[in-house]
Design a protein around this ligand. Sequence first.
Ligand SMILES: [Zn+2]
Length: 285
Amino acid sequence: MQIFKKKQYGVINLPKEEEKDIPVVPEGSWVKCNKCGKILYKKSLEENLNVCTNCNHYFRLGSYERLALICDKGSFKEFNKDMATKNPMNFPNYEEKIKANQEKSGNMEAVVTGECEIGGNRAIIAVMDSNFLMGSMGTVVGEKITLAVEESTRRKLPIIIFTASGGARMQEGILSLMQMAKISSALAKHNEEGLLYISVLTDPTTGGVTASFAMLGDIILSEPKALIGFAGRRVIEGTIKEKLPEDFQSAEFLLEHGFVDNIIERKDLKTVLSTLLKLHKSKEV
Ligand SMILES: [Zn+2]
């Protein structure tokens, strides 16, 4: 009898790893929220002003995305668009790094400046871009912001600066640090003319930018939950040998302690800025 000869089971031939059907997702259609981990449809995310529809986390915006949200359609005219960084300290591989960041961000540098209208009110605006070398402040960033401030002083216009920065740009050494003083002096002259400066802090605003013009606004606004600080948590804890509060360096903590005037949701920013400009309207020349 051959009762054990016949196999009592079937064999399924599994496809090899590379032959398996992998669902094709069009590139760039989905984004993962780095706060809650939810996968979001990019279009819905953009329609929600790049705020996570699940957990309300604020995605960082590039300069032009921000300008599109804030300025009246077609009103933005850019200043010094092609001003680009040289390598003043001959820092190794700096030129390559700049080039890669220009391609990645679509910006020549970590700030875009220009004039615009917000709710029909004319203003000079500067928007820093954390996608470009972490929004670090080098000579060109400093020069573009200074020129924008000087233009607003000359034309008796208010200036709005959106900050987003990892701090001074180490590849430009001391020349980066002097930008803090240069921008601050230009703002002092703007202030002497009795003109309005609104500073809008976005995630993250740190280092030399916080230590200078970010905190000089006549009115200082912030987006919710933005990280705002000078030195990092580990550096401070290491220096003062003390544990810092959990929400330390958040916009909410700074509001509570009087460093920020108000926290404004992204969807309301344009209306708030427009109202503030209207209230402080000066005679343009
Ligand atoms: Zn989320």
